[in-house]
Design a protein around this ligand. Sequence first.
Ligand SMILES: [Zn+2]
Length: 67
Amino acid sequence: MNYHCKDCSYRGNSSGQDGSCPACGSFKLGRISRQDDEKPKAGKLRLTLLVGLWVYLIGLIIWKLNH
Ligand SMILES: [Zn+2]
């Protein structure tokens, strides 16, 4: 289980006493689950698709200008 502190951006496998952040003592310590790790990947995939679409459109415009 990984922990992530929202106050000092601590990331580690262990939490402090009574579930507080071992780095700054904050209680805003969140657990990083697998679902949270998959979300940025989905965003990256969407960004890649968007960039690919733009490259296709720009290529089409350049092709039309040359023909
Ligand atoms: Zn902290």
